[in-house]
Write a protein that binds this ligand. Structure first.
Ligand code: 9MR
Length: 433
C-alpha cells in the first residue's frame, strides 16, 4: 500500500504566454543573442517563439564578416537575418566599430589616420548597406569607455581621436537612414563615472546634430548585484531624448547553482526587466544567449555560469519567470525540484500494523521536515522510531529526530511506527511541510 503526495509539480514548461507577447503588451521588444548554427531543434524553436528580436552574438563583427581584406563572409549573418524575418523578429546589428574581434589584417596593419578613416567609412557603408531596411538598430560603436570615463585606447581612438564616434554614426545613418543607431557599453547600467561619460557624450553628440538614437546598457551582471540606480540611469538617458536598450543581459553565479541562487537570479532578472518596463523609452531587453549551453560566461569566468534564463537542457529557470512576471505574466514558475513523502504499510496483522514514511528529494533539499496525515478508520499509533510522532484524535504529526532532519538533493530519509487498527486500514494522504 502506497500513498504519495507530490509537494510540487516538477514539470518544466514555459509560461503560456511567450516573453515576446508579454513584451509587446508592455511596449517592449524582448531579444536574445544567437549563434546561427544552432538555430534548429529546441534552440531554434525557443529563439523563434519566445523572442521578438535577435542579435547575432558574433556573426556581424568585423572579424567574422571580413576575415581577409576584401573577402566577405556573410553566411551566418544572412542566416540569422533570414530566420528573424521568417519569425517576425527584429534584428539588432552588432557591432560595427569595436576594439575586439577585428580581423588580423586590420589590427596588424599600419594605417595613416586618413586610411583608417576610409576603412571605417567603407566597412560601415558595406555592412550597413548590405542589410539596409532589415536591421532595426545597430550597435554602431561598442565599448568606447574605460571604467573611469576616459576614452578607451583603441585602434580607432588612437588613430582618429574621439571623433571616430561621430564619424561612425554619421556613416551608419547615411547607409541606412531607418536603422536606430546606438552606442553600447558595459558597466554603464548604474549611475557611475563610466555611464556619466556616456551620458555626456550622447548629450554632446545630440547638441552637435550627430545622429544618435539610443544607448545600449549591456548588463553583464553578477548575482545579487543589480545596480540600485539602474532605473534612474535609464531615465536620465531617456530624458536626454534617446532610447535605451538592455542589450546583453546575463547574471552569472558561482557554480554550482542551487535553489537559493536560482531564486536570487530570478529576483535579479525581474528587477532589471522591471526597471526597463518602468521607463517608456527603454525599448528592448535582450539576453546574451537564452540558454546556459550558449553563454560566453562559463569559459570567460571559470567557476561561474548558469547566467541565462534557460538551463542547458532548454528548461526555463526561475530567471525566465522573473522576466515574465515583470512583463505582467502570471504563470507560477515550476519548481526546480521537489521533495515528496510516501506512506506505506510494510506489514499488517490482525490488530496492528507497521507503517513507514520515506521522504525523498530530487532537485531540492530539506534541513528539517514534518509529515502530517489524518487517519480515516480509527488507526492509532503506539510507537514511532526515527521521528517524533504525536496523534490527537485522527490527526498525526511526525517531525524529524535530531539526527535526520537533513534530506539532501537526491537522498531520502525514512521513519517507522507501529499502530493499531480494526475494520479497515486505508492509506491516508500525507502532507510534507
Ligand atoms: O558572446 C560573444 C562571445 O562568443 C565572444 O567570444 C566574445 C569575444 O569577445 O564576445 C562575446 O560578446 C561580447 C559582445 O560582443 C560585446 N559585449 C561583451 C560580450 C561578451 O564578451
Amino acid at each position: 500500500m502506497l500513498g504519495t503526495l507530490l509537494l510540487t509539480a516538477p514539470a518544466a514548461h514555459a509560461a503560456d504566454t511567450p516573453l515576446r507577447d508579454l513584451g509587446t503588451a508592455k511596449g517592449k521588444v524582448i531579444g536574445t543573442a544567437v549563434t546561427g548554427a544552432k538555430l534548429t531543434g529546441s534552440y531554434g524553436d525557443i529563439a523563434g517563439a519566445q523572442f521578438s528580436s535577435l542579435t547575432p552574438g558574433n556573426a556581424m563583427k568585423w572579424g567574422s564578416v571580413e576575415p581577409t581584406r576584401g573577402s566577405f563572409n556573410w553566411a551566418e549573418a544572412d542566416q540569422i537575418v533570414e530566420f528573424a524575418e521568417a519569425h517576425g523578429q527584429q534584428v539588432r546589428g552588432h557591432t560595427l566599430v569595436w576594439h575586439s574581434q577585428n580581423p588580423s589584417w586590420l589590427t596588424n596593419g599600419s594605417w595613416t589616420s586618413a586610411q583608417l578613416g576610409t576603412l571605417l567609412d567603407d566597412h560601415i557603408a558595406t555592412e550597413v548597406g548590405r542589410y539596409k531596411g532589415r536591421i532595426a538598430a545597430w550597435d554602431v560603436v561598442n565599448e568606447p569607455f574605460n571604467e573611469d570615463g576616459t576614452y578607451r585606447s583603441t585602434l580607432w581612438y588612437n588613430g582618429l581621436g574621439s571623433g571616430y564616434i561621430a564619424r561612425a554614426l554619421t556613416a551608419a545613418r547615411a547607409a541606412d537612414p531607418a536603422a536606430k543607431l546606438y552606442i553600447n557599453d558595459y558597466n554603464v547600467e548604474g549611475v557611475n563615472a563610466k555611464s556619466t561619460a556616456l551620458y555626456n557624450l550622447v548629450k554632446s553628440l545630440k547638441e552637435q546634430g550627430v545622429p544618435i538614437d539610443g544607448v545600449g546598457l549591456q548588463a553583464h551582471l553578477i548575482l545579487g548585484q543589480v545596480p540600485s540606480t539602474l532605473q534612474q540611469n535609464i531615465q536620465r538617458f531617456a530624458d536626454l531624448g534617446v532610447d535605451v536598450a538592455i542589450t546583453e543581459l546575463d547574471i552569472r553565479m558561482a557554480l554550482p547553482a542551487d535553489t537559493a541562487k536560482l531564486a536570487q537570479q530570478k529576483a535579479d532578472y525581474k528587477a532589471v526587466t522591471a526597471a526597463c518596463v518602468a521607463v517608456s523609452r527603454c525599448v528592448n531587453l535582450t539576453v546574451w544567449g537564452f540558454t546556459d549551453s550558449d553563454s560566453w560566461v562559463d569559459s570567460t569566468f571559470p567557476g561561474y555560469g548558469a547566467a541565462t534564463p534557460y538551463d542547458a537542457n532548454y528548461a526555463p529557470k526561475p530567471a525566465y519567470y522573473g522576466i515574465a512576471e515583470a512583463l505582467g505574466g502570471t504563470t507560477t514558475p515550476p519548481p526546480t525540484g521537489a521533495c515528496t513523502a510516501t506512506y506505506s504499510v510494510p506489514s499488517q496483522w490482525n490488530t496492528g500494523f507497521t507503517g513507514n514514511v520515506t521522504i525523498s528529494c530530487s532537485g531540492a533539499s530539506l534541513s528539517s521536515w514534518k509529515v502530517t496525515w489524518t487517519y480515516g478508520a480509527g488507526q492509532q499509533i503506539t510507537q514511532a522510531w526515527n521521528a517524533t510522532c504525536t496523534q490527537s484524535g485522527a490527526a498525526v504529526s511526525c517531525v524529524n529526530a535530531s539526527y535526520n532532519g537533513t534530506v539532501p538533493d537526491g537522498g531520502s530519509v525514512s521513519f517507522g511506527f507501529n499502530a493499531n487498527w480494526s475494520g479497515s486500514n486505508p492509506v491516508p494522504t500525507v502532507t510534507l511541510g
